[in-house]
Design a protein around this ligand. Structure first.
Ligand code: PLP
Length: 448
């Protein structure tokens, strides 16, 4: 594809790069050798110098329908023109209701209410708060403990950080993190499951650790468990066969709410509308973000089971049922972007498209087995992770070096720890899948 016009885009000087303190970035390293993106269309980004970059990670797991979708940008422009902002508290606008109905249509049965937020992190905080208040409304106010999982990622706010299980994201703030949280063990077991295709065979029994935590804290103290159906940000950890089913059974048995954090897995990435659908397990709450607007405008949402929602509606009619919300909850422009994204999602059947590409994706990814230093390849749907042999003395990590080598060769990857993750827009072609893994193989060979 020829690069779309990007008038006025130029590279920035070192001085111009200084003021912006970049998130989750080694700022000094980055600014010494910056990687700038200036425009995007379809499956590609371009740099200010005009280099074409194949997008192997859908931006950041969010541009599910590919870049530069006219329907989305036109809907955003129209919406901005019509009404720039509407207050979300005690007031409404039609598009927020329309969008909630559209989300319910693709949700697992019984999950029929939607609360809007602006990001994945906010969706997590919101879900945790709803879970805690629900237990109290049920008369089980001692259930205040939250259970996360090692190597979970649930955003960066205090609740999400606390239930999350990524050490660097927690260690500095541990003294002020939410008390009353415990963690299940993570499910990664390279010794037994290396190079599994899709869900690994071993590890379902790790869900039984919830029984141990129930024994330790007493069931009367546990409100909810939160897990990603497939852990993405800590390096692509597909759930072992039977694991999520077991977790669901135990949560139901003990009256513990199950929250699926589907910020990555919502909207088609696993070849189904949600991870819940993909794995055949229905939680009580689902967090969504990223793909909801195709990445174009910040937005997130929490989907809840009717029983939970209805428990909040028992008080006096004049009472506010949930003391929670954001100035930009259900922002009209975000709703417009999401509704336009839904139109594409339905017309192009993106989950089915991802499902139909998954087998090709899997064999192309696993064809890289045997390359030097690759100790595991993991995948499900249109997600894949490549883990490299640990080399404690090596800095930056091998994964970061391969990421850089990919970028130099025209491919955007995502490095996390010593793992590279890939998850492209669901509009990718089989030829582009082949191209993606060919570039990756070359980059791995070039960084021994
Ligand atoms: N939850 C999960 C599973 C995520 O993958 C992410 C981000 O990658 C978040 C929450 C946080 O989302 P955000 O960065 O939009 O706050």
């Amino acid at each position: 594809m020829t690069a779309p016009q990007a008038p006025g885009v130029r590279a920035l000087t070192r001085e111009e790069l200084e003021a912006h303190w970049m998130p989750f970035t080694a700022n000094r390293q980055y600014k010494a050798k910056p990687r700038l993106l200036s425009h995007a269309k379809g499956m590609h980004y371009w740099t200010p110098e005009g280099r074409q970059i194949l997008d192997g990670v859908a931006g950041l797991w969010c541009v599910n329908a590919g870049h530069g979708r006219k329907e989305v940008s036109e809907a955003v422009a129209r919406s901005l023109d019509q009404m720039d902002f509407a207050p979300p508290f005690q007031m409404g606008h039609p598009q927020a209701f329309e969008l909630a109905n559209a989300i319910v249509k693709i949700a697992p049965q019984g999950m029929d209410h939607v609360f809007f937020v602006n990001s994945g992190s906010e969706a997590v905080e919101t879900a945790l708060k709803i879970a805690l208040q629900f237990q109290r409304l049920k008369g089980e106010g001692t259930r205040t403990r939250l259970i996360g999982r090692e190597r979970g990622y649930h955003g960066v706010n205090f609740g999400g950080m606390t239930v999350g299980g990524m050490v660097p994201n927690r260690k500095v703030w541990s003294a002020v993190m939410t008390p009353g949280v415990d963690h299940l063990p993570h499910t990664l077991n390279i010794a037994k499951n290396a190079f599994s295709r899709g869900m690994p065979e071993h590890g379902a029994e790790l869900a039984n650790e919830l029984e141990r935590l129930v024994g330790l804290h007493d069931v009367s103290n546990i409100a909810a468990v939160i897990v990603e159906p497939i852990a993405g940000s800590t390096g692509v950890l597909p759930p072992p066969k039977g694991y999520l089913q077991r977790l669901r059974e135990l949560c139901t048995k003990h009256g513990i709410l199950l929250i699926f954090d589907e910020v990555i897995t919502g909207f088609g990435r696993l070849g189904a509308a949600t991870g819940a659908e993909r794995y055949g397990v229905t939680p009580d709450l689902i967090t969504l973000a990223k793909g909801i607007t195709n990445g174009a405008i910040p937005m997130g949402a929490v989907l809840v089971q009717r029983e939970l929602h209805d428990a909040f509606m028992q008080g006096a009619r004049a009472d506010i049922d949930l003391y929670h919300g954001y100035t930009y909850s259900g922002h009209p422009v975000a709703c417009a972007a999401a509704l336009a994204t839904f139109t594409i999602f339905e017309r192009e059947q993106l989950p089915a498209r991802a499902a139909s590409l998954a087998a090709h994706w899997e064999s192309a990814a696993h064809a890289l087995r045997g390359l030097p230093g690759v100790i595991d390849i993991r995948n499900d749907g249109l997600i894949a992770g490549f883990e490299f042999e640990a080399q404690p003395a090596r800095a930056p990590t091998r994964a970061y070096e391969v990421f850089r080598a990919c970028f130099e060769r025209g491919l955007l990857a995502r490095a996390t720890g010593n793992i590279l993750a890939f998850s492209p827009p669901l509009t990718i072609s089989t030829a582009e899948i082949d191209q993606l893994f060919a570039i990756l193989a070359e980059a791995i060979r070039a960084t021994p």
